[in-house]
Design a protein around this ligand. Structure first.
Ligand code: NAD
Ligand code: MN
Length: 358
């Protein structure tokens, strides 16, 4: 049995509260499953650390993280520090340095979760968002036109390599799971970058003749997310389109308290990072009422990434059982605390591990 090394970054606000439940769960799995072993190292890098040291992490922070098999992250953001600092001096350097060019988001309707859709059964797809380039570039800026009126320019940068590796990941995933691919585009309008996107996605698709590919304009796709979410398997999207579609996807299946994500480095050269989609939720921080499901599910995605799909499935089943038992935090319309929800999920994992052991 190999020991997985995991860097734990709880962050700010509800981050440490929900992370605590995820860490206890991983310890529980280690205690009950003789084939799983992990070593967790927690790092105190957050807004309080910044106020004390003038930086989000030590100068060798990234080098310290580099040696781990995976990173489990909570959330960052506090009113005492500009969001620019927490995003640009912490989250972005990790994603960039570790070439986490895929943002992976399951959109799966769990049993027991209420959806705003009339028919939400069988909604189960993944969004694969290009996470390293595209519309989020720092090329452009504020300037003045020839009449001296203020204006702003934002350049989208899409490279053949960048699109191809994202598309390749999407097709590989689709192949392994027997799913169709839907590419979000906007090449009907005069958007050069999206025409290029289509071209490279099409070229990538040629290596996967058995996988169905549909290209859908992103505006129509937003409507189809609501009208026929059951028809999707893998949705491949550029950085901006993927950002917007994944919040819509999250809302369809239970919202921020539930939704997990992975920032993946598919080559395995660097650690991947798993985090809930939500932020530090300062409005409810310190009250012990945050929903720990998004953090726990993110830990499950990490287990899958570490080669333990069986444990991932076990954790997701435990979350569903816990919801079926009636556990609900406030965001889901109930009164259970973070700790009660966390403990109930652990109990359901424990039961499954004991059954396996018998
Ligand atoms: P948020 O996700 O923190 O909160 C939005 C709303 O959802 C709030 O009402 C909050 O109470 C609720 N919510 C979020 N997670 C919840 C949970 N687990 N259980 C129950 N309710 C939950 O977004 P925001 O308010 O826009 O941002 C707050 C801070 O978080 C900001 O500083 C922002 O920059 C930061 N942020 C960080 C990340 C990240 O670390 N990746 C992501 C988003 C926002
Ligand atoms: Mn977003």
């Amino acid at each position: 049995k190999e020991t997985a090394s995991i860097a734990i970054l709880p962050g700010d606000g509800i981050g440490p509260e929900v992370m605590n439940e995820a860490v206890l769960l991983l310890q529980e799995i280690e205690d009950y499953d003789r084939t799983f072993s992990c070593e967790m190292n927690e790092f105190p890098w957050n807004s309080a650390y910044y106020l004390e040291h003038g930086r989000m992490m030590p100068a060798d922070g990234l080098a310290q993280l580099r040696s781990f098999d995976a990173i489990l992250f909570g959330a960052m953001g506090d009113s005492s520090v500009p969001d620019e600092v927490t995003v640009w001096d912490f989250i972005m350097p990790i994603r960039k340095q570790f070439q986490q060019y895929i943002n992976f988001r399951p959109v799966k309707k769990l049993e027991g979760i209420r959806s705003p859709l009339a028919e939400s059964e069988d909604v189960d797809f993944v969004i694969i968002r290009e996470n390293a380039e595209g519309e989020y570039s720092n090329s452009g800026g504020r300037l003045y036109d020839h009449t001296n009126e203020a204006m702003a320019i934002q350049n989208t940068i899409m490279t053949e390599k960048g699109i191809r590796r994202a598309a390749d990941f999407a097709f590989q995933y689709a192949k392994e799971h027997g799913l169709p691919v839907t590419s979000a585009t906007k090449s009907n309008a005069v958007i050069h970058s999206m025409k290029f996107w289509d071209e490279v996605v099409q070229k990538t698709a040629e290596a996967f003749p058995e996988i169905a590919l549909e290209k859908i304009y992103v505006d129509a796709l937003a409507a189809y997310f609501v009208q026929r979410p059951q028809s999707f398997g893998v949705v491949l999207a550029s950085n901006l389109f993927g950002d917007i579609l994944s919040d819509l996807g999250s809302a369809l299946v239970g919202g921020l308290g539930i939704s997990p994500s992975g920032n993946l480095n598919p080559s395995g050269d660097y650690p991947s990072m798993f985090e809930p989609v939500h932020g530090s939720a300062p409005d409810i921080a310190g009250q012990g009422i945050a929903n720990p499901i998004a953090q726990i599910w993110s830990a499950a995605l990490m287990l899958d990434h570490l080669g333990r799909k069986d444990l991932h499935d076990m954790v997701v089943t435990a979350i569903e059982k816990t919801l079926a038992e009636g556990y609900r935090t406030k965001d889901l319309g109930g009164e259970h605390s973070t700790k009660e929800m966390g403990e109930a999920i652990r109990a359901n994992v424990r039961k499954q591990l004991q059954e396996v052991a018998v």
